[in-house]
Ligand binder design. Sequence first.
Ligand SMILES: Cc1cc2nc3c(=O)[nH]c(=O)nc-3n(C[C@H](O)[C@H](O)[C@H](O)COP(=O)(O)OP(=O)(O)OC[C@H]3O[C@@H](n4cnc5c(N)ncnc54)[C@H](O)[C@@H]3O)c2cc1C
Length: 407
Amino acid sequence: MNSALPTTLADAIGASNGSPPSPERLRQWVRAWIAVNLPAEWRDITRGTEEGKAVRIRRAWGAKLAAAGLVAPHWPREYGGAALGIADHVVVLEELVAAGAPEALNSNGIGIFGAVLLRHGTPEQRERYLAPMLDHREIWCQGFSEPSAGSDLASLRTRARVEDDHLVINGQKLWTSFASQASFCYALVRTTTDGPKHAGISMVVIDMGAPGVTTRPLRNIAGGSEFAEVFFDDVVIPRDNVVGPLDEGWRIATEALVFERGLSFSERSLRLTRELRTILALRDEIAERSDIDPVLDERLLDAHIASRALHSLVLRVLHLIDGAEGGTLASLAKLQWSETHQHMLSTAIALLGERAGEPAHQEWLRSLLFSRGETIYGGTSEIQRNLIAKAIGMPGSAPSATRGQTP
Ligand SMILES: Cc1cc2nc3c(=O)[nH]c(=O)nc-3n(C[C@H](O)[C@H](O)[C@H](O)COP(=O)(O)OP(=O)(O)OC[C@H]3O[C@@H](n4cnc5c(N)ncnc54)[C@H](O)[C@@H]3O)c2cc1C
């Protein structure tokens, strides 16, 4: 190990007399830190990597990033961050993506529920949950969707009965990513049945090891089982596990969904540009042997234009994430990222033609299959279009309070 290299972001900041290093120096330090700390076999892990192995790598990498202060560098110092500004945070993300680093396993928990706790959690909740979330001792999953409540999230039926100092939970969640690995679930439950359906919902923390919690993995289209269905049968949680005021979970969930579309998808949007470069290299390789259909070249050009626009959009979203405009732009970025990604991967398959079925190219097919979920999770494309339509005064097709929408 290079002894002159600060091992943590805090040390790197200390080495610049306590003030954040310039973006260029920060970039150099992050790059050097990654070169020392990211094992070659963890770079660019493929979709075909055995699921258990991929989870182990992503968890171990998340822990390493946390130890260096790099997993949430924009968080306040007292909770394990370095209070970096957005521009500096983007520098960190860009370097991680450029090196082919895997996404930290808890990135959803940190980017969505961590941000919620920083705003709405009690001091005790922050103290209890944030540190083990950052350092990947405890993995988190999101329990929002149910069999009859996806886009129409406010129709959720999982009930929580309030009894003295505890709540008793009964119901079912669906498509819960990483439920099998999770120690905790941040979930939406119905605490009151009277009134409009978006009212009477609360956000709670559920211990996934508690008696009455059953997790059943589900197979996805690519053959993996990243998500699961989760059943709650008389699961008892302390009253202190309610986040924010009782019955006001809808407002908090709406914020959480903006964080999901903004912060969580930013890294994936940056990854798209890197993936496009690989497809362009594939195109050049194919062009040495055969003519390329001009329609496919046009689609690649469009993907490049979309990726550049997306990059600017992501920077803007990160700056505006706290305001109403940030919410709409986050929907726009999510829509742009997920649809561009699918088009780009379909183009890769079309370029390969019959060779797409060869073992050497299976990864493109797997990526395309995985990408089918991208226009669904975090709110479908139709729902994003509804949110954008509403923001510009158009009617949209949503009757009321759908996923991410204030009624
Ligand atoms: C890979 C993956 C991971 C996921 N991980 C999680 C997770 O960790 N936690 C979690 O809570 N959920 C998760 N989900 C669930 C996801 O959020 C929902 O699938 C999504 O919100 C859509 O809900 P639904 O499946 O019930 O579809 P539906 O809401 O039934 O929608 C079906 C179709 O109807 C369209 N539609 C519905 N309402 C409208 C409307 N008002 N206007 C126009 N069109 C409409 C939709 O766009 C869609 O095309 C995940 C999903 C996937 C695919």
